[in-house]
Ligand binder design. Structure first.
Ligand SMILES: Nc1ncnc2c1ncn2[C@@H]1O[C@H](COP(=O)(O)OP(=O)(O)OP(=O)(O)O)[C@@H](O)[C@H]1O
Length: 370
């Protein structure tokens, strides 16, 4: 579905809740529906699956119309895989049995669709080989969720819907399953609508962000753009961060560091391994970036990453802080980055939009799998 989009418009009342959600996202990669609890994310997903029917709704997936005016494709005729917070596996079936159930539900191939996902491929991508013969009752929460995702994928969905798939898991199980989701993202051509209220999760997985507030879509666009938009509340969040696409250009195993290139600069980042030429996703917290007018002399600072940039905007944050939006590169033509400084520093340095500056990056993490 290259170049195609998913277009959705759902408006109406559910009890006292008013939904008016409209968005268009690419029909590839992961689009995250993100927003506070109760803003309507699950309701949108249910509308996409056809489980909630709002009159006047519109849903187009690529060239297929699933809802428009009187046209409404019944839920069981929509080729979606649905993964919920709690994996609802069949208790009387083994892992293999649950996965095979997905295969039985598989839609027949159509020309438009992504290539079919094979049983062995799913087992491999989700690390299920060891579990195949087990009854589902003995699985851990993370394992159950991997099986649920596998079952959904084997139904050969045109679209994968994931509703807080990690929310019910403890931290170690989340950390266990996230790399599998990243692998799926890279390996499969199936677009994903991913509901979450955890921005760190979104920053690891999403390409596109649909930011929801009180039943409405506040903003939609590439994740990196929205994270650095001073008009949106994301920049003011305590954990505000930016994600950057980086290409590995060197790896130094002696120090466990890789040098990566991003648009407008280079960074040295912790990396156990690094294949030159591979793309990786970086996440840099605003609170890990400070600003200086000129770079410290060589050998004068422990900070390895000092990058020329331009200030493009700023947003007062939390009384005494300012979140500064930067564009990397001396000409400010590179990727966006956020820095968090005190309002006092902002005043003392006489900072303003348009000024050249240096970003001192104290912490940076690769947040995807090598
Ligand atoms: N069928 C319904 N009848 C009445 N109210 C409903 C119905 N479905 C959803 N709501 C209400 O709509 C609002 C949005 O619910 P929804 O589950 O979509 O939010 P959410 O953003 O997914 O929240 P969370 O992150 O907590 O899961 C809630 O106030 C919910 O109670």
């Amino acid at each position: 579905m290259r170049g195609e989009t998913i277009t959705a418009a759902f408006a109406g009342r559910l009890g006292t809740f008013a939904l008016d959600a409209r968005f268009e996202v690419p029909a590839r990669g992961v689009a995250a529906l993100f927003g506070a609890s109760g803003c309507g994310k699950t309701t949108v997903l249910r509308c996409v699956a056809g489980l909630t029917r709002l009159p006047g709704g519109v849903l187009r997936v690529g060239r297929d119309v699933w809802q428009d005016g009187p046209r409404f494709r019944a839920p069981h005729r929509r080729p979606v895989g649905y993964v919920f917070q709690e994996a609802s596996l069949f208790p009387h079936l083994s892992v293999t049995g649950n996965l095979r159930y997905g295969l039985r539900r598989a839609r027949q191939g159509d020309d438009d669709a992504a290539p079919p996902v094979a049983f062995d491929e799913v087992v491999d991508l989700l690390g299920l080989a060891r579990l195949l013969a087990r009854p589902t009752a003995v699985l851990s929460g993370g394992e159950r969720q991997r099986v649920a995702i596998g079952r959904a994928l084997l139904s050969q969905p045109r679209l994968l819907l994931m509703d807080e798939p990690l929310a019910a898991l403890d931290r170690p199980s989340k950390d266990d399953i996230l790399p599998y989701l990243e692998t799926l993202h890279d390996a499969l051509a199936i677009p994903v609508l991913y509901v979450s209220h955890d921005i760190a999760e979104v920053e690891r997985l999403a390409d596109t962000l649909v930011l929801m507030e009180h039943g409405r879509v506040r903003a939609v666009g590439p994740l990196a753009d929205l994270l650095a938009d001073p008009a949106l509340p994301l920049v003011r969040a305590p954990e505000a961060a930016e994600v950057l696409d980086a290409v590995v250009i060197d790896h130094d195993p002696a120090y466990g560091l890789a040098t990566v290139a991003v648009a407008g600069g280079r960074l040295v980042v912790p990396a156990e391994a690094g294949t030159v030429g591979t793309h990786r996703r970086l996440r840099i917290l605003a609170s890990d970036v400070s600003l200086c007018r000129s770079p410290p002399a060589a050998g004068a600072s422990s900070i390895l990453n000092v990058l020329p940039a331009r200030i493009t905007g700023a947003q007062p944050t939390d009384g005494h802080l300012v979140t500064v939006v930067l564009a990397l590169g001396a000409d400010g033509a590179g990727a966006p980055l956020l820095a968090r400084v005190t309002r006092k520093s902002w005043d003392l340095l006489g900072l303003a939009a348009g000024q050249p500056i240096h970003a001192m990056v104290k912490g940076v993490a690769l947040v995807d799998r090598p």
